[in-house]
Design a protein around this ligand. Structure first.
Ligand SMILES: [Zn+2]
Ligand SMILES: [Zn+2]
Length: 211
C-alpha cells in the first residue's frame, strides 16, 4: 500500500509529494518545494515518520523546502540525488539565475543511480535516470502501485523545459521514449508541475510526442 499526499508550493507552483506506507508509518518527501511546516505537519497528523527526502532533480523549486523539512525532523532525513545534478545543487539549484536565493538544506548523502531499487515500507521504487531537463534528473517508479513520480520530464500535455543549463531537447525526448513511454498505459504520472495524467493519455495526446 502506498499513500500519496500532494502539495502545490512555492513561487512556480511545484508539486511536492508526501508518500508513505501506512502499514509501517514510513514516509518520504519527494521534491520539498517550500513550507516544511505544512509537509511535516501533515506527516505528523497521520503518525508517519519522514525517513528520506528524494529529489527528482536539483532545480531550486524542487528543493527549497528541504531545509525546513530537515529542521523539523529528528534525525534530519538524508537527501537522495543523482550525482550528475550535484553541480546544480551547489549553485542553489540555479535560484540566482531567477534572482532568488535559497537554503538548499542538508547536503545529499545518497547517490541515486539508474536501476537502483528504493524501499518505502513494503513498496519498491525503481530509479529511472531521465536526463534532458537536467543532466541528473531521475524518476521514481512504483510498479505495484502503477505510479511514476516524473518530476519535470513530462507534464500533462507538455514536457520539461530544456533551455536552462544542462538541458537538451533531443536528450529529453529520448529519455521520455525510453523511460516513460515503455511503461503501461495505465501508469499514473505525478509530475513536478500541473495535474496528474497517465502514460496512455500522453502517448496519444502530448503534442511533443505525437507526430
Ligand atoms: Zn526543473
Ligand atoms: Zn520544476
Amino acid at each position: 500500500m502506498l499513500s500519496i499526499i500532494s502539495f502545490t508550493l512555492g513561487p512556480v507552483q511545484t508539486n511536492t509529494y508526501l508518500i508513505a506506507d501506512p502499514g509501517t508509518g514510513e514516509a518520504v518527501v519527494i521534491d520539498p518545494a517550500e513550507r516544511g511546516d505544512l509537509i511535516v505537519g501533515e506527516a505528523e497528523k497521520h503518525g508517519w515518520r519522514i525517513g528520506n527526502i528524494w529529489l527528482t532533480h536539483a532545480h531550486f523549486d524542487h528543493l527549497a523546502g528541504a531545509a525546513s523539512v530537515a529542521d523539523r525532523c529528528a534525525p534530519p532525513p538524508p537527501v537522495a540525488l543523482h550525482p550528475a545534478d550535484y553541480p546544480l545543487w551547489r549553485i542553489q539549484g540555479a535560484a540566482p539565475l531567477f534572482g532568488m536565493h535559497i537554503d538548499p538544506g542538508p547536503e545529499p548523502t545518497i547517490d541515486l543511480k539508474h536501476g537502483q531499487i528504493l524501499h518505502l515500507g513494503g513498496n519498491q521504487f525503481q530509479v529511472r535516470h531521465a536526463p534532458g531537463h537536467t543532466q541528473g534528473h531521475v524518476m521514481f517508479y512504483c510498479p505495484s502501485e502503477n505510479v511514476l513520480f516524473c518530476g519535470d520530464v513530462i507534464f500533462d500535455g507538455s514536457i520539461g523545459r530544456t533551455d536552462l543549463p544542462g538541458g537538451d531537447y533531443e536528450t529529453l525526448i529520448a529519455s521520455i521514449e525510453a523511460q516513460v513511454l515503455t511503461l503501461p498505459d495505465e501508469t499514473r504520472l505525478l509530475s513536478g508541475h500541473g495535474p496528474e495524467t497517465t502514460v496512455g493519455v500522453e502517448r496519444r495526446l502530448n503534442p511533443f510526442l505525437v507526430d
